[in-house]
Design a binder for this molecule. Structure first.
Ligand SMILES: Nc1ncnc2c1ncn2[C@@H]1O[C@H](COP(=O)(O)OP(=O)(O)O)[C@@H](O)[C@H]1O
Ligand SMILES: N[C@@H](CC(=O)OP(=O)(O)O)C(=O)O
Length: 413
C-alpha cells in the first residue's frame, strides 16, 4: 500500500480540492491510504474558538464563521449538496453543544475535542467529492485505529494497539482519513501536536508496512532553504533519513520532526512532491548518501527567546542546577533549541509555544541572574563552509555555536 498525505495548503479551497482529484487521476490511487489535514487555516480558527470559550467570550460566532467557510467550499464542489451540508451542520452544532455542556476545566482536553473537527470536516468533504467524481473511496475515522495515551494536545502513540488495528485494513482500496488525530483508551479524541499530520501518515505507513509514503506540498520538494525567507533555494533530490531528521529537528518546517523515525525503522521510502506538478520527481528521503546535491542548508526559526542564567554567588552551574532548570522546562513544555554553558552561566534559545516562559523565569529569578532577549531569530546552517554565512542578515549577533557540520547563530530580530 502507498500512503499519501495532503496538508492544509493542498485543500485550502474548492479549486485545491478539485486539484487533488486531478492529481489522483494522474499518479494513481489504487491500494492507497490518504491522510488529510484541516482545510487552510481551519486549525488556527478552531484554536481561537477554544480560547474564546475559556475567556468566556462569544465563541459561537466564530464556529459559525468556520462552518460558513466549509459550506462555501461545498457549494462550489457538489451538484447536490444536501447530504454533505447536513453532515457538516451536525459537526459544527456538535461543537456548540459540547462546549455548552462541558464542565472540564482541562484546556488541553477541551482543545482536542474541538480542534479535531477541522480534519473530520475536511475528510468528509474530500471523500464525498472524490466519490462524486468517480474516484471510489472509503472514509475512515482514524480515532478508531490510532490509539494514544491521554496526554491531550501531544498524544503519545500506543504502537501495539495501533498496529493491531491497522492490520485489519483490507488492501487494494482507496481510503481517506484524518491526520493529526487519535483517541485515548476512553475513546476521547487526542491530537498529536500541531502540524502532526505528517507524523500520522508515517505512523500509518509503518503499521501498514507501506511500500512508500508521499507528502504533497506547495513546494517542489525539500529545498536547501525555506523559500519564504531565502532567495533562490535549490531542490534537494535525495536526503538520507538521518539527514532529514537533522534538518527537521533544526526547524526545516517542511517536514514534521517526528515523521522520520517510523519510516526509518522499516526503511519505507518517503517522497516530498509538489501538488502543483505531481509527476515531477521531488525529493526522495531514503537510505543512502546524506544529501544530493551536497550543499549548505539554511534554516530560520523565528520568535525565539534567548535566556541567560548566571549564578548569583559565582557558584558553578553543574549537573544538579542544570537538571533543576531542565526539569522545569520539561514540565512547562518549553522546547530548547540551543544550549551553551560556561562555569557560571547557561544560555538557552527556547520556544515559548504555550506562553508560560515568563512564569517559569519568575520562579527561577530567586536563584539566578537572568537576562532575557525576546523575539530573537535562530539561524542554523547544516554543512556550512566559509561562504555560507554571508547569506544571513546578521545585524545583531547575540550568540553562536559551531558543531561538526552545523553552525547556529542567534540574532536580534
Ligand atoms: N527546506 C524547505 N523546503 C521547502 N519548503 C520549506 C522548507 N522549509 C520551510 N518550508 C515551508 O514549508 C511549507 C510547506 O509546509 P507546510 O506549510 O507545513 O505544508 P502543509 O500544511 O501542506 O503540510 C512551504 O510552503 C515552505 O514555505
Ligand atoms: N491541521 C493540523 C495538522 C497538520 O498537520 O496540518 P498541516 O498538514 O496543514 O500542517 C495543524 O494545522 O496543526
Amino acid at each position: 500500500m502507498k500512503v499519501y498525505k495532503f496538508g492544509g495548503a493542498s485543500v485550502k479551497d474548492a479549486d485545491s480540492v478539485k486539484n487533488v482529484a486531478i492529481l489522483l487521476e494522474k499518479v494513481g490511487c489504487e491500494d492507497t491510504f490518504m491522510v488529510v489535514s484541516a482545510m487552510g487555516k481551519t486549525t488556527n480558527a478552531l484554536e481561537e474558538v477554544v480560547q474564546l470559550y475559556f475567556d468566556e467570550q462569544d465563541y459561537e460566532k466564530k464556529i459559525h464563521e468556520i462552518e460558513a467557510f466549509h459550506l462555501e467550499i461545498v457549494k462550489e464542489l457538489f451538484d447536490d449538496q444536501t447530504k454533505i451540508n447536513q453532515e457538516l451542520k451536525i459537526f459544527f452544532s456538535d461543537i456548540v453543544s459540547f462546549l455548552r455542556r462541558n464542565k472540564s476545566p482541562n484546556y488541553s482536553y477541551v482543545y482536542d475535542q474541538v480542534v479535531c473537527n477541522g480534519e473530520l470536516a475536511s475528510t468528509r468533504i474530500i471523500s464525498a467529492y472524490l466519490n462524486q467524481t468517480g474516484i471510489a473511496n472509503t472514509w475512515l475515522d482514524v480515532r478508531d485505529y490510532l490509539k494514544t495515551d491521554n496526554n491531550y494536545r501531544e498524544g503519545k502513540v500506543n504502537w501495539d494497539e495501533t498496529e493491531k488495528n491497522f492490520r485489519t485494513i483490507e488492501s487494494g482500496k482507496l481510503y481517506v482519513t484524518q491526520g493529526f488525530l487519535g483517541s485515548d483508551e476512553n475513546h476521547f479524541t487526542t491530537t498529536l501536536g500541531r502540524e502532526g499530520s505528517d507524523y500520522t501518515a508515517a505512523i500509518i505507513a509503518y503499521c501498514l508496512d507501506a511500500q512508500s509514503m508521499t507528502i504533497w506540498k506547495d513546494v517542489p520538494g525539500v529545498l536547501n532553504a525555506d523559500p519564504r525567507y531565502f532567495s533562490d533555494p535549490v531542490l534537494l533530490n535525495h536526503i538520507s533519513y538521518e539527514e532529514a531528521i537533522e534538518l527537521a529537528y533544526y526547524g526545516a518546517s517542511v517536514i514534521h520532526p517526528k515523521t522520520m523515525q517510523p519510516l526509518q525503522n522499516k526503511e519505507i521510502p518517503f517522497f516530498v512532491k509538489s501538488f502543483i506538478n505531481p509527476t515531477d520527481s521531488g525529493t526522495a528521503i531514503k537510505k543512502g548518501a546524506p544529501l544530493e546535491p551536497k550543499i549548505s542548508c539554511f534554516i530560520l526559526k523565528k520568535d525565539q527567546h534567548l535566556v541567560r542564567f548566571s549564578s548569583k554567588d559565582f557558584s558553578f552551574i553543574t549537573e544538579d542546577k542544570l537538571s533543576g532548570i531542565f526539569n522545569q522546562l520539561y514540565d512547562a513544555k518549553i522546547k530548547v533549541n540551543l544550549m551553551q554553558n560556561s562555569a557560571i552561566s547557561l544560555s538557552l534559545c527556547v520556544e515559548d509555544k504555550y506562553g508560560n516562559l515568563k512564569e517559569l523565569l519568575n520562579k527561577l529569578d530567586k536563584m539566578y541572574n537572568i537576562q532575557h532577549d525576546e523575539q530573537v531569530n535562530l539561524y542554523t546552517i547544516r554543512h556550512f563552509d566559509e561562504h555560507s554565512e554571508k547569506v544571513l542578515p546578521l545585524e545583531r549577533e547575540l550568540l553562536r555555536q559551531t558543531l561538526k557540520e552545523t553552525l547556529q547563530i542567534v540574532t536580534k530580530a
